[in-house]
Design a protein around this ligand. Structure first.
Ligand SMILES: [Zn+2]
Length: 308
């Protein structure tokens, strides 16, 4: 599942590529994945085809002004004071294809991160929404599991969007202070530290991969209860959060699972993982085999020697 660094990679690339492009047409093949209005997508899904027709007609002729991010939500600001919100959820992907990329890739993309994956032409059977711009370039929204969504809202409706209201602080912003972080964590004193780091109300955008990597670097085991951690431990974790996320953004994210960049290439952060996805392999620091532990419904990976 894409986390903050992966979503930031997509946002930075789309902001560069889509800015000032005008939408000529939109094709929706999965009505339940698009919505109009600030409500939760599942409520709007009732409208079905009617909602799709509105979604398409509202988007036609709009210019993309910018693409930005809040937590794991992408926000496309469009002309006419409209915003298109997009969530990749588990397996959502955006591929932007213009003539230059098509020439380079011959229109073929490996849509899952495996050398065994057969390159596919777009749109594939997993392409659910296609944006065509006036210059003939395309933005494809693919999603194997179909949990992702696109939601079109007016600028004045943005403060009514539930997801946006509920997100905790951005870990790379000035608002994310040690005092604020410690207070939020201490409210979950009975929780396990990995789960607390993955709680979007404590800090936005951290999931399974980066909670493991942050805790390895902080030398603290993922299953440790918050109540067992000292203030110094929590400050060490706090300090590692931006370091790990910035390194991952620089590497264009971790291509585990279905994450790919907007040109179909992969992020390289996976090579720098110390623990995530390395169960049974030797720790890069001490050589001990990396172990896993079940925490809630998730798996935490850690080094039993480097982490206490
Ligand atoms: Zn180790």
């Amino acid at each position: 599942m894409p986390e903050l660094p992966e979503v930031q990679t997509v946002v930075s690339e789309l902001n560069r590529k889509l800015r000032n492009r005008t939408i000529k047409s939109v094709e929706v093949n999965a009505p339940k994945m698009v919505a109009v209005g600030p409500g939760v997508v599942s409520n709007i899904r009732e409208y079905g085809q009617q909602s799709v027709a509105r979604f398409i007609s509202l988007l036609k002729g709009r210019k993309v002004l910018s693409v930005k991010r809040r937590a794991k939500l992408l926000i496309f600001d469009l002309s006419g004071k409209l915003s298109l919100l997009a969530h990749l959820k588990m397996t959502g992907q955006f591929i932007f294809e213009d003539g230059r990329l098509r020439k380079k890739t011959k229109g073929l993309y490996r849509l899952v991160n495996s050398l065994n994956a057969i390159p596919e032409k777009l749109p594939s059977k997993h392409t659910h929404v296609i944006f065509t711009f006036q210059d003939g370039s395309h933005l494809y929204f693919n999603d194997v599991r179909k949990f992702g969504y696109l939601k079109l809202v007016r600028g004045d409706e943005l403060n009514q969007v539930k997801e946006l209201r509920e997100y905790g602080p951005e870990p790379l912003s000035k608002n994310f202070t040690p005092t604020q972080f410690l207070a939020a964590v201490k409210k979950r004193v009975g929780g396990k530290i990995k789960q607390v780091l993955m709680d979007p109300k404590v800090v936005a955008g951290i999931g399974n991969i980066y909670s493991d990597e942050i805790l390895f670097r902080a030398k603290i085991r993922p299953a440790r209860k918050v109540s067992s951690l000292s203030e110094k431990d929590l400050k060490t974790i706090y300090a590692q959060i931006p370091i790990v996320l910035k390194q991952a953004i620089k590497a264009k994210g971790s291509s585990v699972g279905d994450f790919i960049r907007t040109d179909g290439s992969w992020g390289t952060m996976g090579k720098h993982h110390f623990v995530y996805g390395r169960s049974g392999l030797p720790c890069k620091v001490c050589g001990t085999a990396i172990q896993t532990v079940k925490i809630g419904g998730r798996t935490g990976s850690f080094c039993p020697k480097c982490q206490d």
